[in-house]
Design a protein around this ligand. Structure first.
Ligand SMILES: Cc1ncc(COP(=O)(O)O)c(C=O)c1O
Ligand SMILES: NCC(=O)CCC(=O)O
Length: 431
C-alpha cells in the first residue's frame, strides 16, 4: 500500500487555487474515489510520485506516450532545439513544412495540414471548416464520443464529462446545442434517421473511428464505410477524429486500418510526443478554404512552435523507423489473454474490448458496442479494481470509461506483473 502523504497535502493546497485542484477534470479521481496522485518524474513505462512510490504507467499522459515517457531520442532532440533554435518565433519555420509533409505521407487522406496546440483546437477548427465549406450549420456526432471541450461537442460527450455524469455542459448556448445531433455508435440507421430529418442541413459527421472515450469501442465491420457512402450521397464532410487512435492503432491511424478515407482528420496526442500539439487536415479542396488562402478563419500564437514540433517529428520518425506496431499488438494480446484467464478463473464474464494497444476491461457482461452498453458497467466495482491496481503499483486511468494504453517500453516482465495484479484487483472488485 503506497504512502501518499505529500500527494494529499499538495491536493489540499491545489484546491485553494485551482478549480477542483486539477487542470483537467479527468485527473481528479472523482469516479474512483480518493485523491489524485502527484507525479514527480516519468521515465519509460514508469512514473514516480512525490512520496517516492513508483508505478507502471498505462495512461501514458492520456495517449501520447506510445514510446514511453522521456524517450532518449525525443529528449535529445528537444535539448538540441532548445539550445540551438528557440522556443517560438511567430514566423514560419522550416520544421513546419517537414512535419506537414511527413503527416501527409503517413496518413492516407491528408493532402494539406494545419498545426494547432491541442486536440480540442483541431476538432473545433475542422468543424468550422466543414460548416464554412458546406454552408450548413448542423453536425452529427456519436453519443459518448469525446472531441475535446469545444462548445459543439459537449452534448452527450464522453471521457471526463461522462465520468462525472455530466455529459452536457451549462454554458453551451441553446443555439449551439441544437446544431449538434447525436447518433448511436455502430448504428448506421440512427445516422440515416438524423440525416433524413435534417435533409441538406448537415455540414459534418464527426466520429472517433475507434471510440476511446467511452472505454474502448471498435467500429463494427462496415460501419465506417457506410458512413462514407452516406456522406458522399448527402454532400456531408466526414471527419475522423484520430486524436487518440491516430498513430496508435496503426501508423496511418484507424483510416489505414479500416481502409476508409475521411474528408478531414483531426490529430493530437502522439504527434506532440508529450508536448501540446494538435493538427487537422485532409482534402486539398477543403483545406484551401482555411485563412489566409481561404475565408474560414483559424489561427494560433504558438501554433507550429519548434519545441512541440521537435517532439512530434522525432516521435513520428521513430515510429516509421522502428515500426513498433507488431510488437505492441503482441504485448496487448498478452495482456488481453492474461486478463481473460483471470476472469475465467474467477468465474467472471466481463467484457474486454481492444484495438491494437488501446484496450478496456468493462465491468459488465453486456457486449459493449455503444454508449448505452458501456454505461451498463459497474463503476463501483471498477473503482475498487482501480484502487487495488494502484496499491500494487499499476497506474491506469481513474475512470471506467477510458482506455488502457500499452507502450513500446512495457517489458514482458511488466506485463506479467500487471496480469498478476489484475487477478488480485478483480478479487478486490468483488468485495
Ligand atoms: C478523440 C479525442 N478528440 C479530441 C480530444 C481533445 O484533445 P485535447 O485534450 O488535446 O484538447 C481528445 C482527448 O482529449 C480525444 O480523445
Ligand atoms: N480520454 C480522455 C482524454 O483523452 C482527455 C484527457 C483530458 O481531458 O485531460
Amino acid at each position: 500500500m503506497p504512502q501518499l502523504t505529500k500527494s494529499a497535502e499538495l491536493f489540499e493546497k491545489a484546491k485553494k487555487f485551482i478549480p477542483g485542484g486539477v487542470n483537467s477534470p479527468v485527473r481528479a479521481f472523482k469516479s474512483v474515489g480518493g485523491t489524485p496522485i502527484y507525479m514527480a518524474k516519468g521515465s519509460g513505462a514508469y512514473l514516480t510520485d512525490v512520496d517516492g512510490n513508483t508505478y507502471l504507467d498505462y495512461v501514458g499522459s492520456w495517449g501520447p506516450f506510445i514510446l514511453g515517457s522521456m524517450h532518449p531520442r525525443i529528449t535529445a532532440a528537444l535539448e538540441y532545439t532548445l539550445k540551438n533554435i528557440g522556443t517560438s518565433f511567430g514566423t514560419p519555420i522550416e520544421m513546419e513544412i517537414e512535419i506537414a509533409e511527413l503527416l501527409c505521407k503517413i496518413v492516407p487522406s491528408l493532402e494539406m495540414v494545419r498545426m494547432v496546440n491541442s486536440g480540442t483546437e483541431a476538432t473545433m477548427s475542422a468543424v468550422r471548416l466543414a460548416r464554412g465549406y458546406t454552408g450548413r450549420d448542423k453536425i452529427i456526432k456519436f453519443e459518448g464520443c469525446y472531441h475535446g471541450h469545444g462548445d459543439s461537442f459537449l452534448i452527450k460527450a464522453g471521457s471526463g464529462a461522462l465520468t462525472l455524469g455530466a455529459p452536457d455542459s451549462p454554458g453551451v448556448t441553446k443555439g449551439t446545442a441544437q446544431d449538434t445531433l447525436n447518433a448511436t455508435y455502430n448504428d448506421i440507421e440512427s445516422v440515416k434517421l438524423l440525416v433524413n430529418e435534417n435533409k441538406g442541413n448537415i455540414a459534418a459527421i464527426i466520429i472517433e473511428p475507434v471510440a476511446g472515450n467511452t472505454g474502448v469501442i471498435p467500429a463494427k465491420p462496415g460501419f465506417l464505410a457506410d458512413l462514407r457512402t452516406l456522406c458522399d450521397q448527402e454532400g456531408i464532410v466526414l471527419i475522423f477524429d484520430e486524436v487518440m487512435c491516430g498513430f496508435r492503432v496503426a501508423l496511418g491511424g484507424a483510416q489505414s486500418l479500416y481502409g476508409v478515407t475521411p474528408d478531414l482528420t483531426t490529430m493530437g496526442k502522439i504527434i506532440g510526443g508529450g508536448l501540446p500539439v494538435g493538427a487537422f487536415g485532409g482534402k486539398r479542396k477543403l483545406m484551401e478554404r482555411i485563412a489566409p488562402l481561404g475565408d474560414v478563419y483559424q489561427a494560433g500564437t504558438l501554433s507550429g512552435n519548434p519545441l512541440a514540433l521537435t517532439a512530434g517529428l522525432e516521435t513520428l520518425k521513430i515510429l516509421m523507423e522502428e515500426n513498433p506496431y507488431p510488437e505492441l499488438e503482441r504485448k496487448a494480446q498478452i495482456i488481453e489473454a492474461g486478463f481473460s484467464d483471470n476472469l475465467k478463473k474467477l468465474g467472471l464474464n466481463y467484457v474486454q474490448n481492444r484495438v491494437g494497444s488501446m484496450s478496456c476491461l468493462f465491468f459488465t457482461e453486456t457486449p459493449v458496442v455503444s454508449y448505452a452498453s458501456a454505461i451498463t458497467a459497474d463503476t463501483k466495482k471498477h473503482g475498487k479494481y482501480f484502487h487495488s491496481l494502484l496499491d500494487q503499483g499499476i497506474y491506469t486511468a481513474p475512470s471506467q470509461f477510458e482506455a488502457m494504453f500499452i507502450s513500446s517500453v512495457h517489458t514482458d516482465a511488466d506485463l506479467e506483473k500487471t496480469i498478476k495484479a489484475n487477478y488480485n484487483a478483480l478479487v478486490e472488485s468483488q468485495k
